[in-house]
Design a protein around this ligand. Sequence first.
Ligand SMILES: N[C@@H](CCC(=O)N[C@@H](CS)C(=O)NCC(=O)O)C(=O)O
Length: 249
Amino acid sequence: MLELYHAEPVANSMKVLLCLKEKGIEFTSHYVDLLRFEQHQPGFVAINPNGQVPVLVHDGATITESTVINEYLDEVFPQVPLRPRDPFERARMRIWSKFVDEYFCPALSMIGWHNMVRRVARSLNKDELDEVLARIPLKEQRDKWATIAGESFTEAQLADARRKLGVSIQRLEEILKESPWIAGQTYSLAEVNSYSMVAGVPRFFPELMNERLTPRAVQWLARMNERPAVKAALAMPNKVPEVLRTFGG
Ligand SMILES: N[C@@H](CCC(=O)N[C@@H](CS)C(=O)NCC(=O)O)C(=O)O
């Protein structure tokens, strides 16, 4: 039995939802409402002590970390392979996924938290906030929630995050000058792991990603948006009000 604990089809949850849809794997969906702090409830923390989604449970075995989950899925369900056969292309796929996890996603996340999650944190009164903070298992996440409930990130931090977004999209553009897909000749987990991060950039930062500056990245995103698996994953339930929707984990 395959179960996925996930939030809306954005950020890290979307990575795994897209992988499952590309491979056509049936799974039991467990929606975790992040805006109601279900990820910090004891029942969920017993599944993932980090108190974060996504989490895959396969025949009782629990796997966390979206990038690792996707490699696991590709190993265990080899239909529709998403890792290139060529070792060099496979290395390129992993280098890009690592870059997304360590550089691109954290920058995006800071902006997403500042624009969206901050409104949720600020809707709580002091007692409610203290109660939420006390339940967050990871110190880093606790600090992040406390930061946005207070003064939020500084202008300098946000400007640096925007700079990193620009670097990330430029890097995508450079890679796509050499090959149709990020790892090389084939669509791979490099795409699956970064679609959700790139998708919101033209809408929120049109000056960083546009036809003139980054034509290949724009075309790549258009090709991604046409994929049936992307459409199917995006059709998964989304309870976040439109006004609060943005990107970032
Ligand atoms: N490195 C983890 C990060 C997971 C993560 O950041 N999850 C976010 C949603 S995209 C989350 O659960 N946030 C809620 C919280 O931290 O309270 C992964 O790639 O799976």
